[in-house]
Design a protein around this ligand. Structure first.
Ligand code: 5AD
Length: 346
């Protein structure tokens, strides 16, 4: 691919820059590269959170297995296909099926669901099912899944192991698993959280280098949002000053630098970013992002997929958001995508 032009030292300098006037230069460059390399179209992905069961104990995540206060759900195949039909009626090109790492989602069952979505709607299908064995990833690819999301959260190994305990058995290397996904012919997406306690600016500069070296097709970055029912959420509330704040500004810097490092990647303005204020989603789109992922999980399940607090309360969970989002995009001078919006290649 056409590599991005971004030196690590330059990325680090921008990450440390606090002068709002000088930062205008970063925003302007990211927006120009975005326009030139992926155009003015904003692609919409309809997100459906199909199960909040999770066998993992990630210390940041509200649906981790140790949260016994949460009721668990798993959507039926018919409910998922109905959501896909709604997304197709909205003229979005892609459905994203997301879940906790749920052993109750069998490989054959999900392969059938993917086949049903494909034949009923022709939508592009993106999966985010966590760390699954190669055979299962291959079966879903054979069934027609196009893309897979697996965030590596941070490239700092010690920090990663602290926030994301391994499942029993061999540790899984998410970066290696992203290579497997690409070998299987998926478009592969990843990303990190911004403002994890213990994170450094240097490690964020590393993260951006890893995005480019993996030649990722999609990169999503969002602020770490402390959840009171998690170990890391409670630690955050006790904590002192941090090198990396979990702010919209710091998240936008990483979005902009990611656009410079990975000029052709699909980069969402994330839901997590939009929780930080009414203008935050637009800032993301003006500073390098070209994707929005409206939540189309059926309302009765919404509040139960609370990976971070107040997630179900952001404006996009209003019933009308999936219809209104097109107006928001046009008000920014951008166009609304209707096709699959795969990764641009030149
Ligand atoms: N704050 C922000 N993002 C979170 N995620 C999970 N928990 C949190 C949190 N507390 C993100 C992670 C994960 C994705 C599904 O949601 O990046 O990969």
């Amino acid at each position: 691919m056409a590599a991005g032009a971004l030196e690590r030292t330059e990325a680090l300098a921008w990450l440390a820059e606090d002068d709002e006037d000088r930062l205008e230069e970063l925003w302007r460059r990211a927006d120009a590269v975005r326009r030139e390399r992926v155009g003015d179209v904003v692609h919409l992905r309809g997100l459906v959170e199909i199960s909040n069961h999770c066998s993992r104990t990630c210390r940041y995540c509200g649906i981790n297995a140790r949260n016994h206060a949460l009721s668990r759900y798993r959507m039926t195949a018919d409910e998922i296909v109905e959501s896909a039909e709604r997304i197709a009626r909205l003229e979005y090109g892609t459905i994203v099926l997301q879940a906790g790492e749920d052993p109750g989602i069998g490989a054959g069952w999900l392969a059938d669901v993917v086949r049903r979505i494909k034949s009923a709607t022709g939508l592009s299908v993106t999966l985010g099912m966590g760390e699954r064995p190669r055979e299962e990833l291959a079966a879903w690819r054979d069934a027609g899944a196009d893309r897979y999301l697996l965030k590596f959260e941070t490239s700092d190994r010690d920090l990663y192991l602290r926030i994301h305990p391994n499942a029993s058995g061999e540790p899984v290397d998410r970066i290696a698993l992203l290579g497997t996904l690409k070998e299987l012919g998926y478009e592969a997406g990843s990303g990190v959280m911004i403002g994890i306690p213990g994170q450094t600016l240097a490690s964020l500069a590393d993260d951006i280098e890893v995005f480019a070296s993996l030649d990722l097709d999609m990169v999503g970055v969002g602020p770490f949002l402390p959840h009171p029912d998690t170990e890391l959420g409670r630690e955050f509330e006790r904590g002192e000053a941090r090198e990396v704040p979990n702010t919209a500004l710091m998240t936008c810097k990483v979005v902009a630098l990611t656009r410079l490092a990975c000029p052709e990647a699909n980069i969402p303005s994330t839901t997590a970013l939009s929780t930080l204020g009414p203008e935050a989603r637009a800032l993301g789109l003006n500073r390098g992002a070209n994707i929005v992922m409206p939540n189309l999980t059926p309302m009765r399940y919404r509040a139960l997929y609370e990976i971070y607090p107040a997630k179900a309360k952001v404006d996009e969970s209003a019933l009308s958001f999936p219809e209104r989002v097109a107006d928001i995009i046009r008000s920014l001078g951008r166009e609304v995508g209707t096709g699959p919006g795969g990764r641009a290649r030149r």
